[in-house]
Design a protein around this ligand. Structure first.
Ligand code: UD1
Length: 366
């Protein structure tokens, strides 16, 4: 009989690949009954539903439908939505993932209701407080009772902030649990044929951070780099809705296409993983892709000045180039010509979720 009830909360695309292995491992133990809350921060079919299907997640037990809005509106709607769910379910623990607005919203409500909070992917710091995600990380970790960290740098960050060490657990990276599980399916994906590109012969790009797309200057810089790259090798830009809107607002969509950049709508996990696996180099500003590229050994050029995932630089294939388009183009070209070097940082072994569940059973079971 399950004795521990865990409320697992996810809302935005990068949450689902973190929640899925934890949810599955909870069910597999029999000792934890997982209840799945979807906050609805992301609601498009290809940012949400497709992942639930690919990861064999059940339909959410509760769907808050928070949707888009300003940070305050979105965070507040998740808070208002989750309070009655916590009151009704009375979980032993609320488990939150990553650094999105849904994460801090759920953690704050749970903590004030006296329910234990577990944070998966705790301790990451970019030290850039202009990033909304950095504020979400700092606040969620300040509230959490159990902090599950993916790498030793994160342990050190939490120690510096005075988090007692008996709350901190180095468990590895749940994103890699999902990558390992779905890689065989990605190998069977036909997406490269459908797109008419060959293994190692193209550049895959994703850009969506507010700092890179929200104003005309930064969007123009990014577009310049992409256009230059398209002259060098087939360049696929997989376009987040936020980026699509900004490209249209600034009239840059046509310019990119005219330069030969191919704009694709967001893909499911399996096809997207296949695109990463086959890329000669990746240009991105995403957090998770830096990690996936490290494990796949594909050179990853990151259009940011900081990263909360330094292990991907020290041990992996990641390189920060800031926002200088010339530097980005040179780094991508260099990466494209280089050999693949897959790396596995400590405990990025596909078993992080099992470790998390072991800790939860140990701490909450009695
Ligand atoms: C959010 C996360 C970010 C994460 C990203 C991954 C925060 C602060 N940010 O950013 O860390 O890397 O998700 O995708 O939580 N939109 C749609 N359909 C959707 C969702 C959004 O069209 O299903 C559009 C809306 O116009 C919305 C915009 O995209 O205003 C941005 O969405 P939002 O959830 O606010 O932030 P993301 O940029 O997706």
């Amino acid at each position: 009989m399950s004795s521990i009830v865990a409320l697992n909360v996810a809302g935005a695309r990068p949450n689902f690949m973190k929640l899925a292995p934890v949810h599955r491992a909870m069910t597999a133990t029999g000792a934890i009954r997982p209840v799945f809350v979807h906050t609805g921060q992301h609601y498009d079919e290809n940012l949400s539903r497709i992942f639930l299907d690919e990861f064999d997640l059940p339909d959410p037990d509760h769907d808050i439908g928070a949707g888009s809005g300003t940070h305050a509106e979105q965070t507040a709607r998740v808070m208002l939505g989750i309070e009655p769910i916590i009151a009704e379910v009375r979980p032993d623990v609320v488990v939150v993932f990553g650094d999105v607005n849904s994460t801090i919203a759920a953690a704050l409500v749970a903590a004030k209701m006296g329910v234990q909070v577990a944070h998966v992917e705790a301790g990451l710091r970019s030290f850039d407080r202009t990033m909304p995600e950095e504020l979400n990380r700092l606040l969620t970790d300040a509230l959490a009772d159990l902090l599950f960290v993916p790498s030793r740098d994160a342990v050190a960050n939490l120690a510096r902030e005075g988090v007692p060490s008996d709350r901190v657990f180095l468990v590895g990276n749940v994103m890699i649990d999902t990558l390992d599980r779905l890689r065989p399916r990605a190998e069977r994906s036909t997406i490269l044929d459908e797109l008419g590109v060959r293994d190692g012969g193209y550049i895959a790009a994703t850009i969506h951070r507010p700092s890179n797309v929200d104003d005309l200057d930064s969007m123009t810089t990014t577009s310049t780099a992409l256009s230059d790259l398209a002259a060098f090798a087939p360049t696929l830009l997989i376009v987040h809705p936020r980026t699509r809107k900004k490209l249209q607002d600034h009239g840059l969509e046509r310019a990119l296409e005219a330069a030969g950049v191919r704009l694709l709508d967001p893909l499911g996990y399996v096809d997207f993983l296949r695109l990463l696996m086959g890329a000669g180099a990746i240009l991105t500003d995403s957090g998770g892709i830096q990690e996936e590229a490290t494990v796949l050994g594909v050179p990853c050029i990151t259009l940011r000045t900081t990263t909360e995932r330094p292990v991907t630089i020290v041990e992996g294939t990641n390189r920060l180039v800031g926002t200088d388009p010339a530097l980005a183009v040179a780094a991508v070209r260099e990466g494209f010509e280089s050999e693949r070097l897959p790396r596995r940082p400590e405990l990025w072994d596909g078993l992080a979720a099992e470790r998390i569940v072991d800790v939860l059973v140990d701490r909450l079971g009695a």
